[in-house]
Design a protein around this ligand. Structure first.
Ligand SMILES: Cc1cc2nc3c(=O)[nH]c(=O)nc-3n(C[C@H](O)[C@H](O)[C@H](O)COP(=O)(O)OP(=O)(O)OC[C@H]3O[C@@H](n4cnc5c(N)ncnc54)[C@H](O)[C@@H]3O)c2cc1C
Length: 224
C-alpha cells in the first residue's frame, strides 16, 4: 500500500465542530471523484476521510472533518498546524461518480456532504444536479455559499432540530424531503447518498419501494 506524505496548507472552521483542511499532495498522487483516503492518526491507528475536492484541484486536496469529542482522529486533526505533515494511504473506495448523461441527485447529511463537494467540483459541463442536504442544527450547516454559487445545482436543505425559535427554513429530515417528491423527479437519474447507515438504509428503502428507482442507479458511502 502506497503512503503519501501531505503538507497541511490551510484550515478553517466551516461549521460547529467541523473543520476544513487543505493539503498539498505529492505530484504523483491521483484519485477518482468519490474516493476516500485513510490518515495515520496514531500508532497503528487509521481513519478514513472522503476527499472533498475534485482531482482537477490537485496537488491540493481538501478534507472536511467533524471533530468528535475525544475521538482519536478528531483530536489528531484538531491539533494540526499549517506546515504539519500527515501520512495518508489510498485512494480507496467504490463510491465513484459515473460519467454519463443521467441527472445526478446527491443526498447527504452532515459531513456526508464531503464527497458531494468533490462531485460538484468535478462536473464541469452543464449536467443537472440536485442536492438534498440535511443537518441536525442550523450551526451544523456548511458550504451553503459555495453551493449557491454553482448555478448547475438545485438544492433542498432541511434542519431536523432547529434551535432558533424564528427558524424560517425547512424543518425535517432528508427522508421527509425525498418522500415528498413525485416518483417522476427521480426518473433518468443516478443517486449518490452519503452519511450514517440508518439514514442511507431508510433513503434506499424509500427510493426503491416508493419511487421505483432501480437499485443499480443508487450508490452510497457509509460513514458510520
Ligand atoms: C469511507 C469513510 C469515509 C469517511 N469520511 C469522513 C469525512 O469525510 N469526514 C468525517 O468527519 N468523517 C468521515 N468518516 C468517519 C471517520 O472515519 C471517523 O470514523 C470519525 O471521524 C470518528 O473518528 P475519531 O477517531 O475522531 O473517533 P473515534 O475515536 O473512532 O470515536 C470516538 C467515539 O465517538 C463515537 N463516534 C464515532 N463517529 C461518530 C459520529 N459521527 N458522531 C458521534 N459519535 C461518533 C465512537 O462510537 C466513539 O465512542 C468516514 C468514514 C468512512 C468509513
Amino acid at each position: 500500500m502506497t503512503n503519501h506524505k501531505a503538507k497541511l496548507i490551510q484550515t478553517k472552521e466551516i461549521a460547529h465542530r467541523t473543520k476544513f483542511f487543505r493539503f498539498q499532495f505529492p505530484e504523483q498522487f491521483n484519485f477518482k471523484p468519490g474516493n476516500f483516503i485513510t490518515a495515520k492518526v496514531a500508532e497503528n491507528t487509521f481513519r478514513a476521510y472522503s476527499i472533498a475536492s475534485s482531482p482537477n484541484k490537485l496537488p491540493e486536496l481538501d478534507l472536511t472533518i467533524k471533530l468528535i469529542e475525544n475521538g482519536i482522529g478528531s483530536t489528531y486533526f484538531d491539533q494540526l498546524k499549517t506546515g504539519d505533515e500527515v501520512e495518508f494511504f489510498g485512494p480507496f473506495g467504490h463510491f465513484i461518480l459515473k460519467k454519463n448523461n443521467l441527472k445526478k441527485i446527491f443526498i447527504a447529511t452532515g459531513v456526508g456532504i464531503a464527497p458531494m463537494r468533490c462531485f460538484w467540483q468535478d462536473i464541469q459541463n452543464k449536467s443537472a444536479m440536485h442536492l438534498f442536504f440535511g443537518c441536525r442544527y442550523e450551526k451544523e450547516l456548511m458550504l451553503e455559499k459555495e453551493i449557491q454559487k454553482n448555478t448547475n445545482i438545485t438544492t433542498e436543505i432541511c434542519i431536523s432540530r432547529p434551535e432558533n425559535p424564528d427558524f424560517k427554513g425547512t424543518k425535517g429530515r432528508v427522508t421527509d424531503l425525498i418522500k415528498a417528491k413525485e416518483a417522476d423527479f427521480f426518473k433518468n437519474s443516478e443517486i449518490y447518498i452519503c452519511g450514517s447507515t440508518p439514514m442511507i438504509d431508510e433513503v434506499v428503502k424509500i427510493l426503491t419501494q416508493d419511487k421505483n428507482m432501480p437499485k443499480e442507479h443508487i450508490y452510497f458511502e457509509r460513514f458510520n
